[in-house]
Design a protein around this ligand. Structure first.
Ligand SMILES: Cc1cc2nc3c(=O)[nH]c(=O)nc-3n(C[C@H](O)[C@H](O)[C@H](O)COP(=O)(O)OP(=O)(O)OC[C@H]3O[C@@H](n4cnc5c(N)ncnc54)[C@H](O)[C@@H]3O)c2cc1C
Length: 461
């Protein structure tokens, strides 16, 4: 924990006042009363932040806290951090934060710097194209990257910088209570619930994903995640390089979509490990299938007829899918934005706080932005209550807006709008929807999500 800044008497008085005020507000908003006042220095010494979940959000938070001299420990229910999963894109607004942690060399070793994005209709006609990352003038790249490799890379760096005990795997957060002085968490063996352990910390952050136990503790009646009826099939396979070997293609709208991008060099020369996603609306019920079918192995006979609906000129989608050893299916789910994330010394981060539809490449990125804001607030605050409330005040409205925009398709709505007006395709897209109108949809989303050139480069400068 960074030492409190030295201030003059007057400043100190002002700070004391605002610290006390924030703590009073927090005390009113939480379930336990603050006993013994809110004196300055309540959050000094060596505060420990307990993080539930070693996903992209939890690991990034631990690294950012470490950089600010704040000790943390992560409890992760998975028995090991393995590079499993499929691809994601991490945009420059989040990469700027990872670059500040000196992670660009690590990212270069596991991902591909994305150069260009194509939005197409289902028959492969280009609706919008734009350069991405460095090619678009950003000071930091955009990466197409295997989510599991990113998570494993962050884990390795965390263990290297924070020490071998920084991430405790195979341990599930089973419950917690809080009082004036801290949070007491109960952690158990993730498989059989044995080996109950009590961990004391000053702050608990639930970075435990869309099925968050911390969130459920505060919102026991929230019910299941909300499903838009779209089933997603995701896989990766080595495949001959297409375009420049670093471009991404998104074809089709919210009802049926195909996503394609390389995430690493392939095993054989001239190939790339290629990530693909097929999204198809298969149901009208808002209730997702049971948790057991959340990353169930997909079946080729079930999925291939959907994939055959798409055409990308010069690319053999069916061969790519057939050459994929195993692919998995997930329902496209989110949750309604919450009225609050923070309850005294406990708050939420990443998918636990704001699960969103995976459009616009923002889920992991927003978790990284959460981590930055939270680490800054914890480093500066008079008291954890104040830090967590300020963090929520900044991040909750921004992410709630993105959740809402993603329900309408995010930037990819530009494809839906063109498809609506020209369902059978077009000869000149400008005559269907003008360049300015298409630009407004794509760039409008970027502005709300914080990744325009001006927003990212200004902050980096
Ligand atoms: C198809 C698809 C495509 C996507 N594409 C993109 C993209 O292009 N760009 C992007 O930025 N995002 C994308 N995302 C979203 C992104 O993957 C998530 O938003 C991001 O990984 C969330 O990170 P997180 O750390 O909050 O949660 P998670 O990654 O879910 O991590 C939560 C961790 O908590 C652990 N955990 C859960 N409960 C407990 C407990 N009780 N105790 C201890 N540990 C626990 C879990 O095992 C897990 O490791 C995509 C998602 C999907 C499904």
């Amino acid at each position: 924990m960074a030492k409190p800044e030295k201030t003059g008497k007057k400043d100190r008085k002002t700070k004391d006042k605002s610290g006390k005020k924030a703590a009073r507000v927090a005390a009113k908003r939480q379930d336990v009363m603050v006993i013994g006042g809110t004196r300055r220095g309540a959050f000094t010494g060596q505060p420990k932040v307990l993080i539930a979940g070693a996903g992209v959000g939890g690991l990034t938070l631990a690294l950012m806290l470490h950089k600010r001299g704040i000790a943390s420990v992560i409890y992760e229910q998975a028995s090991a951090i393995l590079p499993v999963g499929a691809g994601i894109n991490v945009l420059p607004h989040a990469i700027r934060e990872l670059a500040e942690l000196d992670l660009l060399p690590v990212l270069d070793s596991v991902g591909i710097r994305t150069t260009e994005l194509f939005y197409m209709n289902r028959t492969g006609q280009i609706v919008w194209r734009e350069p991405r990352g460095i090619a678009a003038g950003f000071e930091v790249p955009q990466y197409s990257i295997h989510r599991g490799r990113l998570q494993k890379a962050l884990y390795d760096v965390a263990v290297d910088r924070l020490g071998p005990d920084a991430v405790k795997t195979g341990r599930r957060l089973a419950g917690f209570i809080q009082d004036d002085g801290g949070v007491t968490a109960y952690v158990v063996d993730a498989i059989d619930g044995s080996g109950s352990e009590t961990v004391r910390a000053e702050v608990l952050i639930g970075a435990d994903g869309i099925h968050s136990a911390v969130r459920t503790h505060f919102y026991p009646d929230q019910g299941l995640p909300r499903w838009n009826g779209v089933q997603m099939w995701r896989g990766t396979a080595d495949f001959p390089t297409f375009l420049d070997g670093a471009s991404m293609i998104i074809a089709g709208g919210m009802g049926a979509k195909f996503v394609l991008y390389p995430i690493a060099p392939g095993e054989a020369p001239g190939t790339r490990l290629t990530n693909w996603v097929v999204n198809v609306k298969v149901s009208d019920t808002p209730h997702p299938p049971g948790k057991e079918s959340w990353s169930r192995r997909g079946r080729l006979d079930e999925m291939l007829p959907f994939a055959k609906r798409f055409e990308v000129p010069g690319f053999d989608l069916v061969s790519l899918i057939k050459s994929t050893e195993a692919f998995y299916e997930y329902p496209m789910c989110d949750r309604d934005p919450l009225p609050r994330w923070t309850f005294g010394r406990v708050s939420l981060l990443g998918d636990a706080a704001h699960p969103m539809y995976p459009v616009g490449s923002n889920g992991a990125g927003q978790a990284i932005l959460d981590a930055r804001m939270l680490a800054d607030r914890l480093a500066r605050a008079e008291h954890p209550y104040q830090a967590l409330i300020e963090y929520e005040a900044d991040r909750l409205p921004k992410t709630a807006e993105i959740v809402a925009l993603n329900r309408k398709g995010g930037p990819e709505r530009v494809i839906d709008e063109v498809e609506k007006l020209a369902p059978a395709g077009f000869t000149d897209v400008d005559r269907v929807l003008s360049h300015d109108e298409r630009r407004a949809i794509v760039r409008g989303y970027a502005g709300k999500a914080g990744f325009t050139l001006q927003q990212v480069n200004k902050k980096a400068g």
